[in-house]
Design a protein around this ligand. Structure first.
Ligand SMILES: NC(=O)c1ccc[n+]([C@@H]2O[C@H](COP(=O)([O-])OP(=O)(O)OC[C@H]3O[C@@H](n4cnc5c(N)ncnc54)[C@H](OP(=O)(O)O)[C@@H]3O)[C@@H](O)[C@H]2O)c1
Length: 300
C-alpha cells in the first residue's frame, strides 16, 4: 500500500525501495500480493508492474489481487464515495491491469460496501469481467456476512475472500463473540463472520495485522497496555527464538480459519522477520494471554 511514493512522478529512489521490498518478500517465500487502484494514486500498482516486467517468469508462481470501488476524497468534508456502478468497476479493473501490465487479476476485491449497488448491475459486471478473462475470482473487503451473502446471490459467483481489519490491536471479530449475552456486545458488522466464512469456504485476510507496529515500536507516548503487550510479545518471542512481530502475526494465524495476514511493512529485514511466523505455533495459554493483554480488558 505504501509503495510508489507521494509524488506524481515515481523517483528512482522510490522505485529501488519498491523493488527491494518485492524481492525481499519473494525471497521470504511470499507469493501473494495485495494491491488496490487507490494505493498511492495507482503508483503501487505501477511499481509492482515494473518489478514484474523485470521478473516475467514469476507471474505463474504468484497470486495478484487488487481492489476497486472507493473514490478517494471526492465528496464533502474530503470524504470518499463508494462506487460499484458497472462502468466504474470496468474502468478501474482495466486501469489496474494496464498499471500492473498483466492480462488478468487472480482476484478482484470490492473494497468497501456501496449502499447504492444494484444486484442486476453487479451480476452483469462480474459476468463480463469473468467471461473476458480480466478477473479470475471475486472477493470483498470490510463486509459483513449479510453483504457477502447478497453479493454472491446477486451475481451467482462465490465470494472467495473477505479482507477485514484484524490483529492483536483490532480483534473486533473475536471480541464481540466473547461479549454474547452481555450488555457490551457490539460486533461492528462482524457478527458470526468467523463461523460464516468457515461454513462458506471464504478466506479471511487480515489487513493491518500488526496495527502499524503499535505493540512493536514502543515510544514515550505508548500506553501502559502497549508496553505490557510489547513485553509479553518479547517474552514469547524469546521462547521460540523468533521476532516479536512474528509472534503477533502467529497470533492472527492461529485462529482456526487460517487467517491470511496482509503485511504492510516495506522494510526488507522486517519482511524477513515476519516470515518466521510460519515456523512455530504459540500455545493456547500464550494466545489468550496476548489477546487479553492487548484488549486491556478481562474476558467476561
Ligand atoms: N482492505 C482494506 O480496507 C485495507 C486497508 C488498509 C490496508 N490494507 C492492506 O493491508 C496491508 C497492510 O496494512 P498496514 O500497512 O496498515 O499494516 P501493518 O502490517 O499492521 O503495518 C505496517 C506499517 O507498520 C510499520 N511498522 C512499525 N513497526 C513495525 C514492525 N516492528 N514490524 C512491522 N511493521 C512495522 C511499517 O513501517 P515500515 O514500512 O517502515 O516497516 C508499516 O508502515 C496494506 O499494505 C494493504 O495492502 C487493506
Amino acid at each position: 500500500m505504501g509503495l510508489g511514493g507521494g509524488e506524481t512522478v515515481i523517483s528512482g529512489q522510490e522505485m529501488k525501495k519498491a523493488f527491494n521490498a518485492f524481492d525481499s518478500a519473494f525471497e521470504a517465500g511470499i507469493r501473494h500480493f495485495d494491491l488496490a487502484d487507490i494505493y498511492n494514486g495507482g503508483r503501487s500498482e505501477v511499481v509492482f508492474g515494473k518489478w514484474l516486467q523485470m521478473n516475467p517468469s514469476i507471474r505463474k508462481e504468484i497470486f495478484i489481487q487488487s481492489k476497486c470501488g472507493i473514490q478517494l476524497h471526492v465528496g464533502p468534508l474530503n470524504s470518499s464515495f463508494y462506487n460499484f456502478s458497472p462502468q466504474y468497476i470496468i474502468n478501474q479493473v482495466e486501469k489496474s491491469l494496464a498499471q500492473i501490465q498483466i492480462n488478468t487479476l487472480d482476484m478482484l476485491f470490492l473494497h468497501r460496501p456501496d449502499p447504492l449497488a444494484r444486484a442486476e448491475d453487479l451480476k452483469d459486471v462480474f459476468l463480463l469481467l469473468k467471461s473476458t478473462g480480466k478477473v479470475q475470482n471475486f472477493g470483498v473487503s470490510n463486509m459483513s456476512a449479510g453483504q457477502i451473502e447478497w453479493i454472491s446471490r446477486a451475481t451467482g459467483e462465490p465470494v472467495k475472500a473477505n479482507q477485514i481489519q484484524f490483529g492483536l490491536g483490532h480483534a473486533l471479530m473475536l471480541d464481540h463473540q466473547a461479549q454474547v449475552n452481555t450488555y457490551t456486545g457490539n460486533g461492528y458488522g462482524l457478527e458470526g463472520m468467523q463461523q460464516y466464512s468457515m461454513m462458506h469456504n471464504i478466506e479471511l485476510q487480515a489487513w493491518r495485522p500488526l496495527d502499524k507496529g503499535r505493540f512493536l515500536s514502543i515510544h514515550a507516548d505508548s500506553s501502559a497496555c502497549e508496553y505490557e503487550t510489547s513485553g509479553l510479545l518479547k517474552k514469547v518471542a524469546e521462547k521460540y527464538d523468533v521476532s516479536p512481530s512474528a509472534v503477533a502475526l502467529n497470533w492472527v494465524m492461529q485462529v482456526p480459519n487460517g487467517i491470511a495476514p496482509v503485511i504492510g511493512t516495506t522494510n526488507p529485514s522486517r519482511i524477513k522477520a515476519l516470515a518466521q511466523a510460519l515456523d512455530f505455533e504459540i500455545t493456547r495459554e500464550e494466545w489468550y494471554s496476548l489477546w487479553i493483554t492487548a484488549r486491556d480488558k478481562k474476558l467476561p
